[in-house]
Design a protein around this ligand. Sequence first.
Ligand code: ZN
Length: 277
Amino acid sequence: MNSVPLNDLSRLCIHTITTKPWSIEIAAKNYSSQGVSGITVWRDALSGRSIKQTGNMLRQHNLRVVSLCRGGFFPGKEPIKRQAAIDDNRRAIEEAFELGTRMIVLVCGADPAQSLEESRKQIHDGIAAILPDAENAGIKLAIEPLHPMYADTRSAINTLAQANDLAETLNSPWVGVAVDVYHLWWDPHLEDEIQRCGKNHNLLAFHVCDWKSPTVDLLYDRGLMGEGCIPIRKIRSWVEAAGFTGFIEAEIFSNEYWKQDQSDFLRNIITSYKKYV
Ligand code: ZN
C-alpha cells in the first residue's frame, strides 16, 4: 500500500530535544507559529518549571502534548539501582499526569555488567511494578525498541518482536510499543511485527528521522527525513496499514543541527516532513 504524502501539519509532532537549544517556551511558540500540531516533551525541558503551568502553556499554543520522554532504564545489577529506577518511573508518571499527556515513552535500559536476558527480565519486572501507577494516572507506557548498537547500556529491547513479546506478556491496555524508524528500519521482520502490534492494539507511537551514511556519532548524528537511507514513507505505509492514525513525531538528535539557526532547522524539518514522510 502506498501512502499519500502529507500536505498539512495536522499530524506532525516535534520532540523538544530536536530543537535542544530552545527552551520549551520558545519551542512551543515557534512550533505553533509554523503550524506544527503536537509536541513531545523531554523531561529535561521541564527542569525548574511548574509542570502543570507548562502543560497549560503548550495547550495555549494549540499544541497536543503527545508524550513525555522518557521513562525506563529499569535494569541494574544492584537491587538499589532497580528500585531507584522504579521510583524515577513513578515520578515520570506523576509528571506526565501534571503535564496533561497520556503517554510515556520507555527507553528500557540495559546493564553491561549482566546478560541481556537478565536485563530483559528486569525490564519486565520494572514495567509490571509501575503498571498500577500508570493505570491510576491514565498514562500509557510505550516500549520503544532501540537499535542493537545501544544494547550495552541503553536498551536490551532491540527489535520490535521483543517489544511486542514484552507488551503481550504484560497484557495490559496501558502498555504498547513505539516504532522509531531510526532503530528499526534494518529489521527484515519489521512489516510483520508492525502488523502484529497493530492487530493487538499495541501500536502507540511513530517516530521519524533518518540514518546518515556515514553516521559519525552513535547518539547525536541523526538525519533529517530524506537525507539518509531509511524508507520512511514505506514504513509509514506499514504503520498506517496496521491502523495507526496518531502523530508522526520528528525526533532528531544532531550535534550538527543543534549548531544551526533553529528557526532555519525547524523550517527544514517541515519541508522534509512534507516531502519525505
Ligand atoms: Zn524515538
